[in-house]
Design a binder for this molecule. Structure first.
Ligand code: FES
Length: 148
């Protein structure tokens, strides 16, 4: 087959345009997708401890973890229901599961509904620079608080 210079340039430019379009679509899909827990490392920075004053109540949606700072210190509780893993809703007096109605107190202890176990508490630490860290792979005994 004889390929003229014009034909070659046409094919090459079409191929390059296709590659660019595909790469752009992949890049857009990457950024359009919500951040997943598996995108996070096992240790997640929470920023400076000074930015988490007593009274703080934050939900970290990427990890589905609720962070509290009370007089006793800083603590983190998984927002996943221990029944079938639905994401819990934080209410003034505890957590409520929208799936099958389980309820937990603010310490993660089950109060009613089908959830068989307390919520999982996760380790928090503060480094020498005053930066707070959440350790997603390190469950701790319920009630464990990081000194603040
Ligand atoms: S998943 Fe929460 S009660 Fe079923």
């Amino acid at each position: 087959m004889n390929v003229t210079r014009r034909t070659f340039v046409t094919w090459a430019s079409r191929g390059l345009a296709g590659l660019c379009a595909g790469g752009g679509a992949l890049g857009a899909a990457r950024f359009a997708r919500p951040l997943q827990v598996e995108d996070l490392g096992a240790r997640v920075s929470l920023g400076p401890l000074s930015a988490l004053p007593p009274g703080t109540r934050i939900h970290l949606p990427e990890a589905d973890v609720h962070l509290f700072h009370e007089a006793g210190g800083l603590y983190a509780i998984s927002g996943k229901c221990t029944h079938l893993g639905c994401s819990l809703l934080l209410e003034p007096d505890g957590f409520a599961c929208p799936c099958h109605g389980a309820r937990f107190d603010l310490e993660g202890q089950p109060r009613s509904g089908p959830a068989p176990r307390p919520l999982v508490w996760l380790r928090l630490s503060v480094d020498l620079r005053g930066e707070a860290w959440l350790h997603l792979d390190q469950p701790v005994r319920p009630g464990t608080r990081a000194a603040s």
